[in-house]
Write a protein that binds this ligand. Structure first.
Ligand SMILES: [Zn+2]
Length: 306
């Protein structure tokens, strides 16, 4: 299971992801080669589109629906854990739709219900920039969560949508934890203690996610890992297991959300190298199975119900 991949943006714009290519990090054939059973696809609303965020996210949802309709045998949208299991048994990729940047709501809480109807089951309030809901990691403005952000969180929890705290500022992060109950997820963020960056989480934040029963998905982006090598990703996994415990670490590759290549993990087809790396570092099969999806699935089940 991978909690974050940005390839849908390319699929909506230009690249045919139904054929294997050497462009980018992923496409449907390479996801299969890499052994991915569950992929969270980011419906990313760039700040330049924030003025028409809802229209933009509808476009991305239309692009996903076209992709799913034309490739029914290969993938399906999953909105429950039972559907994930059914798709997995059928050898099809389970696609989980996740909004990255709450500007997708266009400032209207009722739009949450609209995107939920379209299959969206997870959302981050911001990207790097601040918006009407909260401050992002790279821009301090409101000082954290706004009143509208609180309304959005309340409705998300009523609907059973997973709250993703990746990209939030530290103040927003703590505001979100105080305003919510149950497991919270950071889909693609690493340990700031190893690689200091506003997009990574400090030990206190990682421990808070663990206490709440949530997970942090380890991001493969070299800027957040400390360098373009699989070993740096493994370092973050090891550190986060040490701080959070083995039940709270997951994967959030950020494939096709960053440029360049990670040596030994050049694209998603090389994911078995990550499993081999964890075995090399002495983790047992049970722990590795949790990191590779067991932990994330547990959180999905808890928030979505079955
Ligand atoms: Zn991101």
């Amino acid at each position: 299971m991978d909690l974050h991949n940005d390839v849908l943006l390319e699929a909506a714009a230009k690249r045919d992801i139904t054929v294997r290519s050497s462009t980018g990090h992923s496409d449907l054939p390479r996801l299969r080669e890499g052994g991915v059973d569950v992929q969270c696809f980011a419906l990313f609303v760039h700040p330049k589109d924030a003025g028409h965020g809802f229209e933009r996210v509808m476009e991305l949802l239309d692009a996903f629906d076209r992709l799913a309709a034309a490739n029914h045998a290969v993938l399906g949208s999953a909105t429950s854990v039972a559907e994930i299991a059914r798709l997995q048994q059928a050898g099809r990729l389970a696609a989980v739709l996740a909004i990255e940047n709450g500007s997708a709501l266009g400032g209207d809480v009722d739009h949450l219900d609209a995107v939920y109807q379209r299959g969206v089951r997870m959302m981050s309030l911001t990207w790097n920039n601040s918006n009407g809901l909260a401050d992002g990691a790279m821009e301090s403005r409101h000082g954290g969560l706004t009143p509208l952000g609180r309304q959005v969180l309340t409705r998300m929890q009523q609907l059973g949508m997973i709250v993703d705290v990746s990209h939030l500022s530290a103040k927003s992060f703590w505001d979100v934890l105080a305003a919510t109950q149950g497991p919270i997820v950071a889909t693609h963020s690493n340990a700031a203690a190893l690689t200091p960056h506003p997009r990574n989480l400090d030990d206190e934040q990682l421990r808070a996610l663990a206490r709440r029963g949530g997970v942090a998905g380890v991001n493969f982006y070299p800027t957040f890992t400390g360098g373009p090598a699989l070993a740096r990703i493994l370092d973050h996994i090891a550190y986060m297991i040490k701080v959070m415990g083995p039940d709270h670490v997951a994967l959030g590759s950020d494939f096709d959300g960053f440029g360049g290549r990670v040596s030994d993990l050049e694209d998603v087809a090389y994911l078995p190298n990550l499993t081999a790396g964890l075995l090399d570092r002495g983790y047992d099969a049970k722990t590795i199975t949790r990191i590779l999806g067991g932990n994330a699935l547990r959180v999905f089940r808890e928030i979505w119900g079955r």
